[in-house]
Design a protein. Structure first.
Length: 102
């Protein structure tokens, strides 16, 4: 199996993270924003996995497990909030949700 340099993994991770940031800042749909956040989480996971492989240390794998657990909980709670807002209103726009503050 050929050895892929660490820089390639980190470049891909940085590109995925940048795409996630752009997706979060540009889009106003909460589902799309959640997918952008998940993309940023996975970019961090890729960087941790690359460092763990490069330095032959399993602590990066432990961080990946924790990040995946937190990302799953975050996605479940945020999706539940979006569904509740969508049931009350036909339109789900992040700018309009700020009006709902009591």
């Amino acid at each position: 199996m050929p050895h892929i340099p660490l820089e390639n993994y980190l470049t891909l991770s940085a590109a995925l993270f940048a795409i996630g940031i752009v997706g979060f800042l540009v889009r106003r749909n909460p589902i799309t924003m959640l997918m952008a956040i998940e993309l940023m989480w996975n970019a961090g996971n890729l960087a941790f996995a690359a460092f763990a492989r490069n330095f032959i240390d399993m602590s990066g794998q432990i961080f990946i497990f924790i990040i995946i657990t937190v990302a799953a909980a975050e996605a479940a709670i945020a999706l539940a909030i979006v569904v509740m807002v969508f049931r009350r209103r036909a339109d789900v726009d992040v700018d309009d949700i700020s009006i709902l503050r009591g």
